[in-house]
Design a protein around this ligand. Sequence first.
Ligand SMILES: NC(=O)c1ccc[n+]([C@@H]2O[C@H](COP(=O)([O-])OP(=O)(O)OC[C@H]3O[C@@H](n4cnc5c(N)ncnc54)[C@H](O)[C@@H]3O)[C@@H](O)[C@H]2O)c1
Length: 316
Amino acid sequence: MKALVIGGNGFIGTHLVSALQRERMDVRVFDRYPSKFVEPSKTVEYVIGDLGNHGALSEIVNDVDWVFHLAYTTLPKTSNDDPVYDVRSNLIDTIQLLQECSKAGVNKVVFISSGGTVYGVPKSVPIKESHPTDPFCSYGITKLAIEKYLHVFYHLNGLDYVVLRVSNPYGEGQNPHGKQGAIGVFLGRIAKGEPIKIWGSGEVVRDYIYIEDVATALLAAARYRAKDGQPRIFNIGSGKGISLNELIAEIRQTVEVDVQVDYTPARALDVPVNILDIELAKERLGWQPFVDLGDGLARTWNWVKALDPVKQITLI
Ligand SMILES: NC(=O)c1ccc[n+]([C@@H]2O[C@H](COP(=O)([O-])OP(=O)(O)OC[C@H]3O[C@@H](n4cnc5c(N)ncnc54)[C@H](O)[C@@H]3O)[C@@H](O)[C@H]2O)c1
């Protein structure tokens, strides 16, 4: 069995690749950059390239059973800065990819959507998959459009798929100097002795999920066999909400150093609360999260502290 991981050198992708290797799968990674944090594995086939290079796609999907589509060129904030780029580089390039997957007879496509943005401001929490979708950002709209195209390709061509609407993943390998992932960025700033920056008053509630639990959800999704009419879209989170101020209190306990916090004005694209209902994934995928926030924070802090400040490379 062979898996293709598009975006396999990113945060979630590197953990998924390790999980696939533990399952003794053959793995091909397609990514536009090498990993910032993980040494390449000798048993993985790496292809460096861009999803926008449509000519390369038939070759990369050739001979694979599962395709995990994890590549995304935008974040919620940057997608609103340039929605045209978001549509071109994510929606259009993904449609091209799905055409190639159909032609090649790929067994299953697993796509990571966004549990944090597709719903918009929730009318009720925890949020079920059936909740209305009203995103505040282009990123959420293109994720939803890809979900719909996956359904069309399934309906017309029989291309099987599963969508995981992932909440807020964190853990080893999340760029502590990047722009996404509050926990990673907070710990990165603490390691450098810098203050944490919070948009708003810190009351915003999020659902944080440890990265290894996301990797096991991706594997469970690939193995899931749905019949016509059965659910193919699943929330993946911890099912629990915690405010930024509560998160900082937890972080203070973990890091045992002084933590300074700067509060700045709230951003319009941040919804006040996001907690996912994960019962459907538990029931259908036989999946559940195992690592609680305290344990996950400790593991992540150990990794951030151990980072080589020059090379930034470590083995996960
Ligand atoms: N990290 C989060 O908070 C979060 C939350 C929900 C959903 N997601 C989704 O999960 C997926 C993976 O996220 P991540 O956190 O691992 O991101 P990441 O940026 O760490 O990894 C994405 C990888 O995709 C590659 N990539 C991007 N565009 C590409 C292209 N056009 N061609 C080839 N490679 C390309 C990047 O080089 C990178 O290695 C994304 O689709 C993201 O939208 C992430």
